[in-house]
Design a protein around this ligand. Structure first.
Ligand SMILES: [Mn+2]
Length: 477
């Protein structure tokens, strides 16, 4: 059976066989001589009784092979100067396939997924036994699959071969996106951007968080995305101060802001976008002031996203603007307006706290600093995983400064969060949570904003939302 259509049938950019072959060759090149590397699939996970969560291949196996099915594994051997790749897959089984879907089988695996040889999954135990015996070094990482861990562990313990972490090689490779990967990520970002614009157009007082969620996710699916890259956060009003609010059950109120952190995955690659806008379509004065501050901080961080800088520089650029803005508004004091000042204050607090604890005195209040209202980082890598692998905001695995280089992709997502009960802030700012997030790719000259398709300037957001003649969800006509 010709199953080549299963690898890349939809329109839109995709990986192809030659790119996977090049990747596998590059991976083999990075292995020590006379070694083998084993990469295994994620297990299926039960959602309810006898039904499973939608299956998602482990990102490492996906990266090396594109093979999408569970109970699969890859052994790459680099012994005696000869590189081979063997893929272990579920066998064709007409009766099972009627229930669980078409399998590539051994033939499909060999034909469409670049391996030198393919075997059935139940041959893995025997194969790993002889592969480990022949190797001087073995690369593996425990923890992905209990099933394969048990089989590997038995053989590895019996053979006493030095163990290296396969992720150290793979994740360093995954940190740098190839031109085709960037095309795929740009496509994912375009779909997510369109979804955010649609949510802005349709949102109105009286509609609900889950209706907005439905709008977003329908745009993802309609445009051929795999699905969501992570659970959608659609948080009206004070819900936005809960960083991972995914309940999405409340009604949206006139006068509140709406924070949406939602994006799709396309051909295995994630996008990640956050926008915050007024439910009514018009920012109130306090909302606009805080929103503009977060936006200015995000723009400063994006400007710092260039070769030679590191992620800490990006974070510091964002924080600098936020600290100055908060000091100007009187939300933090002048002596914590710099990073050094903030560090001093927190150090003093830690010492006072320890002392009070020791002597049984009343514990001091934590000083009010940027960390009180912005408690997360500014960036994470993005790729096959939404919080992608790759070490180091500052240092690489060798302890050298982790400079940003072309092909690296990450988010820039500063925010400010003022709980409705936070007595440390003026009333007009309480119950406001704002985050603005874009996906950035580092280029030779600087950067490319992959998610530029969704506006973030105050006037443009207000213009998009000001459609008197557009029928909005649940809006009174
Ligand atoms: Mn993010």
């Amino acid at each position: 059976m010709d199953t080549s259509h299963l690898v890349s049938s939809l329109t839109g950019p995709a990986m192809d066989k030659s790119l996977y072959a090049a990747r596998l060759a590059e991976f083999a090149l990075r292995l020590k001589p006379n070694s083998i590397a084993v990469v295994v699939s994620n297990p299926e996970r039960t959602r309810s009784n006898d039904t499973e969560f939608e299956y998602r291949q482990s990102s490492d196996l996906l990266y090396l092979t594109g093979f999408p099915e569970p109970e699969s594994a890859l052994i790459v051997s680099n012994v005696g100067g000869k590189v081979t790749s063997h893929l272990f897959v579920l066998p064709k089984d007409r009766k099972r396939e009627v229930w669980t879907g078409i399998r590539h089988g051994i033939e499909g695996a060999r034909k469409n997924f670049n391996c030198d040889k393919a075997f059935t999954s139940d041959q893995f135990a025997t194969a790993i036994d002889s592969a480990v015996a022949r190797a001087e070094t073995v690369y593996y990482k425990f923890g992905a699959s209990a099933h394969f861990d048990a089989q590997f562990d038995k053989v590895w313990k019996a053979n006493q071969k030095p163990l290296e972490n396969v992720e150290e090689i793979l994740h360093e490779m995954r940190l740098f996106k190839s031109p085709r990967e960037l095309e795929i990520m740009r496509h994912a970002a375009r779909i997510s951007a369109a979804a955010h614009v649609e949510a802005m157009r349709l949102c109105a007082p009286g509609s609900t968080e889950y209706q907005v969620e439905a709008v977003l996710e329908s745009v993802f699916r309609f445009n051929g995305a795999d699905g969501t890259a992570y659970n959608s956060i659609v948080a009206g009003g004070n819900n936005a101060v809960i960083l991972h609010y995914t309940t999405n059950r409340d009604r949206l109120k006139d006068g509140d802001l709406l924070l949406i952190d939602a994006a799709c995955e396309y051909r295995g690659y994630a996008s990640d976008i956050t926008r915050t806008f007024p439910v009514s379509g018009k920012f109130s004065e306090p909302q606009r002031i805080l929103y503009q501050l977060v936006l200015d901080s995000q723009l400063a961080a994006i400007r710092a996203s260039k070769p030679g800088n590191c992620l800490d520089d990006v974070h510091n650029a964002a924080c600098r603007v936020l600290r100055q803005g908060l000091a100007k508004l009187g939300l933090i004091s002048r002596d914590v307006v710099t990073l050094a000042g903030e560090r001093r204050a927190l150090k003093r607090y830690a010492a006072d706290h320890a002392l009070a604890k020791k002597s049984g005195k009343a514990l001091p209040d934590e000083p009010i600093t940027l960390r009180s209202f912005y408690m997360h980082g500014t960036s994470h890598w993005i790729g096959l995983d939404v919080h992608d692998v790759g070490t180091g905001g500052t240092r690489d695995p060798r302890g050298k400064k982790r400079e940003l280089k072309p092909g690296m992709c990450f988010t820039v997502e500063p925010g400010l969060y003022f709980d409705k009960n936070d007595k440390r802030v003026p009333k007009q700012f309480r119950g406001i949570g704002i985050r603005i997030e874009d996906d950035i790719a580092i280029t030779e000259k600087g950067h490319d904003v992959l998610t530029a398709g969704v506006p973030k300037a105050v006037d443009i957001i207000e213009r998009i939302m000001d459609h008197g003649n557009v029928i909005r969800m649940n809006a009174k006509r």
